[in-house]
Structure formats: C-alpha cells, structure tokens
Design a protein around this ligand. Structure first.
Ligand SMILES: [Zn+2]
Length: 369
C-alpha cells in the first residue's frame, strides 16, 4: 500500500505526506500537468526550481506518441523526461471520451488517433499495462466519462467505471506481482453533479483494494463544496485523494483543500500563460494590453519566481508583442509558480491554523469582492 501520513486535520481538510518511490509529496500540493512527458514551455530544471513536487503525464497521449514501450525501454517516465521526483499518470479516459467517433463496448473503447486516424482500442487491462510501462508512481484507473450531463448518462458512465475498476484492480495486481518496481493505483470516482451518484461511486471505490482516489468529472467550482463533502466523507480518511483537472482558478484549490483533497493538476496555468493571461494577487491580467507597454514594475512585486525577480511588465509585453519564445517561457514560469506556491501557502495556513483567514483575504483580493 502507498504510505500516506496525515500530519494535521481541520474539518475535512488535512495536510500530509504521500511517500512515493520517487520521493515525498507534502500535501495539499499542485501537480504539474506534463501531458506528453513535458510541462509546456518549461524544462524539468525550471519545474524543480519553481518548487513543483510532482508531475502528471497522460497515458492516451503517450500511447500515441512515442508509445509506452519506448518509455519503458528508456527506463520509465522519470528517466525518460529527467524528472526524478514523484510522478502520476492519468488513464487517458477523459481525452479518449472527448474525441469524435468513440465506440464504447463493455470491453473498452475504440477510437481513431487524432494525429493520423489510426485505429486504437483501449481496455481497462491495456490502460493498466500502458501505465505500468510508463512507470509512474501513481496510476489512475480507466474510467468512463459520461456523454452528457443527464442523470441517465451519468449513471451509466458511473456503473461502467465501477465494472472497469474491478478489471483495473485485477490487472494492476497481476502486473504488481510481476513488476520489479513499486507502482500504485487510484480508483476514479464519478457521478457528475448528482449527490446520490457521487455517494454511490465513492462507496464503491472505497470498497476496493486501491491506494488512493481520483475525483473525476468536476469542471467548475459551483457546487464543488457540497459534492466534495459527500465524496470525501465517504472515502477512507487514510488514503490520498486527487482532484482531477482542477486548479486553473485559485478558488478551485481553496475549496478542494478545504473539503479534503490532497493533490490537484490542471493544464490551465501554463495554457493561459502562453496566451499572455497572467496571475497576480489582484486577479489575472492580459500582459498584451497596451497599458503595460511602459510599466517597468514586476508582475508581482513580492513573487520569488525567476520571471518576477528579473523582468518587468514592459519587457514581457514586448516579448508577447513580438511573439518571442521567451514570452511563453517566462509567463509559464510565473503562472506555474503562482499556483504551486498558492497551494503551498494553503498547506502552511492549514498547519498553523490560519486557513480560513488566508482563504478570505486571498479570494477577496483576487476576485475583487
Ligand atoms: Zn512571478
């Protein structure tokens, strides 16, 4: 079993340490989205320097390119991308179900590659095999994303996710018996916005011999507090929980941590950075805006990232206006640092009993309340 120590509790919120084969993750923590085994525009050295504790790669993308056998041959994800810290893989379910012309059978899903139209089939078993080849510390079970928000579709997707979870667990245990490395499995809970389905899914996942839980199918902070209250009151307290794909908006991270989530991942911070949309404590700004052309102050005066310590807004504005590659690099360093560091501050505030105050002060300023 994956070792997880809880060091402090406040209601459903907790701080803790997940002990992975590639090191410890102090939680709550924001995990960098390294979809294709890279965080866009950033090197792993930069990720390390900005304080990231872990990365999450995507199985669907790595199956297509470069192929999971190649990653195994390279010595696994950590060796391949030179990130010698904790790693996660997402099962790829979310990406596959977002493709057009996906054919779902009880066995798995058939789809065409978005790159060259080649036919692929992924089953719970093959997703587990692919994730073992990639070799991340923590894997996600292969889940079914509902085709609509309707109750019937959500229920169908949830039940299939549970049936597939049984097969993921069996395959994972088989691979663990053969494996020479330690790798761990999280079940993924579903249920959309329906409280009874969320509860049923949490109960089902809680009954399985897994190491932790992914909470899937969450897209907005609206109603997230109630949903997380339901799910995280049911999931066993002694196993870690990962809120999948959330963390573009600071409020997602505050609500997620408050209601018992330990780790988060999201492509949003670096995607917005590449578009020139940058976090400040007073909300997000568009650095391409003409008003920054002669602004010689840093993005955030008290930010310790490489971008803010060395460059000003006028320079960033110029780099974006002239479409320099460095614009995307510096903006990504700042946005990723901002979100990683915000979750670090959430963790510290939980440890020293000032979370409620910190949340109110941060969110009021950020959202101009
Ligand atoms: Zn900064």
């Amino acid at each position: 079993m994956l070792k997880f120590d809880i060091t402090h509790r406040e209601g459903l919120a907790r701080t803790g340490i997940i002990h992975t084969p590639h090191g410890d993750i102090h939680t709550p923590a924001f995990v960098g989205a390294a979809t294709r085994a890279t965080v866009k525009a950033l090197t792993m050295k930069e990720m390390n320097e900005l304080g990231s504790q872990a990365i999450l790669a995507n199985t669907y993308h790595l199956i297509l390119r470069p192929g999971t056998e190649l990653i195994k041959e390279a010595g696994g994800l950590a060796e391949f991308c030179s990130w010698h810290n904790p790693t996660f893989t997402d099962s790829g379910g979310f990406q596959i179900f977002s493709l057009p012309n996906v054919k779902i059978t009880e066995n798995g899903v058939k789809f065409k590659s978005h790159i060259d139209g080649a036919n692929f089939e992924i089953t719970p078993e093959s997703s587990m095999q692919a994730q073992w080849e990639i070799g991340a510390d923590i894997h996600m079970a292969f889940d079914h994303l509902a085709k609509s928000e309707s109750y019937d579709d959500m229920k169908e997707a949830m039940l299939r996710t549970h049936a597939w979870l049984d097969r993921c667990v069996t395959e994972h245990e088989k691979l663990a018996d053969k494996g020479q490395s330690e790798q761990y499995l999280y079940a993924v809970t579903q249920g959309g916005t329906f409280n009874d389905l969320r509860a049923e899914s949490a109960q089902y996942c809680a009954s399985q011999p897994v190491d932790g839980f992914g909470i899937g199918g969450v897209f907005t902070a609206d109603g997230m507090d109630e949903m997380l209250k339901t799910v995280n009151s049911i999931l066993p307290e002694n196993k870690p929980r990962h809120l999948l794909g959330m963390g573009q908006e600071p409020i997602d991270l505050f609500v997620g941590a408050e209601y018992g989530c330990d780790t988060f991942d999201c492509v949003g911070p670096t995607r917005m950075a590449r578009n020139g949309s940058l976090y400040t404590k007073d909300g997000r700004i568009n650095i391409k805006n003409a008003k920054y052309a002669r602004d010689f102050t840093p993005l955030e005066p008290d930010c310790d990232c490489e971008c803010c310590k060395n460059y000003n807004k006028a320079y960033l504005h110029h780099l974006f206006k002239t479409d320099e590659i460095t614009a995307k690099v510096l903006a990504s360093i700042h946005n990723e640092y901002f979100i990683v560091h915000t979750v670090d501050q959430i963790r510290e505030s939980l440890q020293n009993g000032t979370f409620k105050e910190f949340k109110k002060q941060f969110l009021n300023r950020y959202y101009h309340k």
